[in-house]
Design a binder for this molecule. Sequence first.
Ligand code: ADP
Ligand code: MG
Length: 358
Amino acid sequence: MTRITVDHVSKQYKLSSDQEPINAVNDVTLQIKSGEGVAILGPSGSGKTTLLRLIAGLEMPDSGAVYYDDEALTQIAENERNIGMVFQEYALIPHWQAQRNIGFFLRLRHRENEVPAHVRRVSQITGVGLDHLLGRFPKQLSGGEKQRVAIARAFARDLNILLFDEPFANLDAKFRATARLELRRLLNEFSVTSVIVTHDQHEAAALSERIILMRDGQIEQLGPYEHLLHDPDNLFVASFIGSPQYNFFQGVIKDGHWQNAVFGSMKLPVSVADGTPVTMAIRLEYIDVGEEGFPARVESTTPYFTERYILAEVSSGETSWQVQLPVDSTIHPGDYIHCQFDPDEMLFFHSTKEYRIA
Ligand code: ADP
Ligand code: MG
């Protein structure tokens, strides 16, 4: 197991001399505890893969440094880093059967005889037999089977760090859920520091203890999923984390109060200068639908049977928001409902600068 330190690391890509360079990773500092699992989450192009490649030593930073425990990564010989990697595209050697692919790293060290024991252990933990796949070439494997082989290969070696880049992105939804569960079991059983890149927040929440949420090469917030969900630092975090999303209400400060079309005039817990544009955010769970509160027209309803609720889009004038109705609700589009918003659960953000106000 290894503690990973990323210390003020930046990486630029220059496409051509007449174009502005891209700050793929921009002054990122973080520490991953020995044995911890973290996820790098963020939209496409936010720098997730670049940060992972910097952590892996596949990319050299322009400035800053990566450390494994107390040693600079550049000072550690490649064959002593003991990193297992799994990519979206499997990266299996096409003319090798699965058994040989899995044994790749052990063969390099003339320890091929350990491969069967590794395969048995991985199979035992995941509950998925691999024996019937071992004699097949990659082209004879389904996407899901290829990824099982690639994951078995990542574990079949001396292992300090495991790195995954969108490992399940090519799999269909049903198989993704199974594959995620198998990987969760492996991570529980092997003592290893892991970093998983994903743009899927459910995957991030399931496979990590802490989430690094990135945008434009920088960390927007780092912490457990529930923390990012309930205590977002800024509007970007609030709009990215949580599905369904937060509801947002635009307003402006006047006479020291927040003014909004639905809510009228509200006192904020902190004082904010008049004229400041302020966005209120509240999760659906904290809006009660009943006899009292603000009236709203139901625009559309979408049932979520397994989660046992109906998602309703409602509106008042130009403002719309979402609420959750019981799965057996008889409310239809065109009906009017009343919404009560829990004032203790309202978050306030500067609308343009995005930071949290209260
Ligand atoms: P993500 O994995 O979050 O989608 P990446 O780390 O792949 O993001 O990319 C971050 C930014 O760097 C993007 O703007 C991307 O276009 C750019 N980028 C990534 N790799 C290269 C490269 N090899 N050459 C030039 N630009 C790159
Ligand atoms: Mg990527």
